[in-house]
Design a protein around this ligand. Structure first.
Ligand code: GDP
Length: 437
């Protein structure tokens, strides 16, 4: 079972420094920070790790509503945070103190059943007159005083965040496979789910009604259990904020986060766009096994020829997902919809596969004979032996003369050899190189 990571959302009125804090936590400078209202943000979710705990951070300031008054926007941000996150960081600005807008945000957060950690930002230097206690009037306990830009107090804040993180509920059933069906609107996600549900061998056992995954569909097929996480269903159920693109993006993040296998659906009658590759990027960042489904295949002319062309196109656009499996389907006439489940089962089996060290090394020896390592960083890689170690994703440790000699393209070659020889298609793998003394 894949482990779901906790989700932490940063909430606060504009210009309190949400984006700076977000960047500080994910330790990347990818979103654009400007010291004025109405900042453009291109990135609103990222992965973080603190005290060996991994979690996802959301910058709700990046969720914007067009042509809506500010009060509505902040309400949307707080509501999305309360719905999607496991825990909330409520951010204030030390230089402004508590403003009526902060109080408005606080009133929204009172409704939350998630832990709220209060942080006061822009506390750039020790101030003898500072009184953290005045912030306690907001009702969220003692705040952590921080400076996102200087990095002060952020460690204390994260300590508290980890400490107050509620236990992450998980699907404990080892025999159930959670499948997230993702893709931009109108590629055919719902149609695909419907055609799956309409399949003869499928028993729809339950439409689950938990708060988080209100559109999870549990199904049984050939005696095996699956949960379909249908991100389109949410939109169709007429949920709030359905038109906010960033919001459906976050829904996708949370669906992928809780999935064992991701199915990325593309429309084969259209060109692949940035929106497709951005959505695929989530599966890559979360390191999930993935099947890329080229849907609406019934509408594609000259199918024999198209298979090669479309495969090439997908590979070119999704370079980072080189391990992805590709399948062409038609939700309309159910072409290869059954095959999707075979592929999902194969991925599930691959995750549990243990390769014998002797067989692994035979394959690697052959791979090296066929294609010897190039010289790199002043030397040539020599692999003494490799073995698979216990981990959720297939993980191989290579004992070598010098890890610096590993060229990334040679690493990819070895990975592909293992993938093809041992049937790890669709699954991300870890190759670790260690020097043998
Ligand atoms: P979603 O937004 O990704 O859930 O997409 P929908 O399932 O709502 O499909 C969008 C449109 O594409 C609808 O008009 C569907 O009937 C159509 N569609 C979906 N899959 C197929 C397919 O395999 N073949 C054809 N011809 N049309 C499809």
């Amino acid at each position: 079972m894949a482990k779901r990571k906790g989700i932490v959302a940063i909430v606060g009125r504009p210009n309190t420094g949400k984006s700076s804090l977000f960047n500080r936590i994910i330790r990347e400078k990818k979103s654009i920070v400007e010291d004025k209202n109405g900042v453009t943000r291109d990135r609103i979710y990222g992965n973080a790790e603190w005290l060996t705990r991994q979690f996802i951070v959301i910058d709700t300031g990046g969720i914007t509503l067009q042509d809506e008054p500010f009060a509505k926007e902040i309400k949307a941000q707080a509501e999305i945070a309360m719905q999607e996150a496991d825990e909330i960081i409520f951010l204030l600005d030390y230089k402004q103190g508590i403003t009526p807008d902060d109080e408005a945000v606080a009133r929204l957060l009172y409704k939350s059943d998630k832990p709220v950690v209060l942080a006061v930002n822009k506390y750039d230097r020790q101030d003898p007159n500072a009184s953290p206690y005045e912030y306690m009037s907001l009702g969220f306990g003692e705040p952590v005083m921080i400076s996102s830009t200087h990095g002060i107090g952020v460690g204390d804040l994260l300590d508290k965040v980890i400490h107050e993180m509620p236990p992450i509920e998980e699907d404990a059933d080892e025999n159930n496979t959670r499948v997230a069906i993702i893709g931009k609107p109108n590629v055919g996600k719902s149609s695909l789910v419907n055609s799956i549900l309409g399949e003869d061998r499928m028993i729809v056992s339950d439409i689950a009604g938990t708060t988080r995954d209100s559109v999870d569909t549990k199904i049984k097929r050939d005696g095996k259990d699956y949960t379909l996480i249908d991100t389109a269903g949410l939109r169709k159920k007429g949920k709030i904020y359905e038109n906010v693109e960033k919001y459906s993006y976050l829904r996708t993040v949370s669906a992928v986060n809780s999935a064992d296998v991701v199915v990325l659906v593309l429309d084969m009658t259209k060109k692949i766009t940035d929106q497709d590759t951005n959505i695929g990027g989530i599966a890559f960042e979360e390191r999930k096994p993935i099947i890329i489904v080229g849907n609406k295949w019934d509408l594609v002319p000259d199918k024999e020829k198209a298979i090669g062309e479309k495969t090439e196109e997908i590979r070119a656009y999704f370079k980072y997902l080189q391990y992805a499996q590709i399948l062409f389907t038609s939700a309309h006439d159910k072409t290869r919809v059954y095959k999707l489940f075979d592929d999902i089962d194969n991925i599930k089996a691959a995750l549990n596969r243990k390769i014998k060290t002797s067989v692994l090394n035979e394959v690697l020896n052959r791979a090296q004979l066929l294609n010897p390592a190039p010289k790199h960083n002043g030397g040539r890689l020599k692999i003494y032996y490799a073995s698979q170690v216990q981990a959720y994703l297939p993980t191989f440790v290579f004992f070598v003369n010098n890890p610096d000699y590993v060229h990334f393209s040679y690493k990819r070659y070895l990975e592909n050899q293992i993938r093809q020889q041992f049937g790890f298609e669709g699954v991300p793998m870890n190759l670790i190189f260690r020097e043998r003394k």
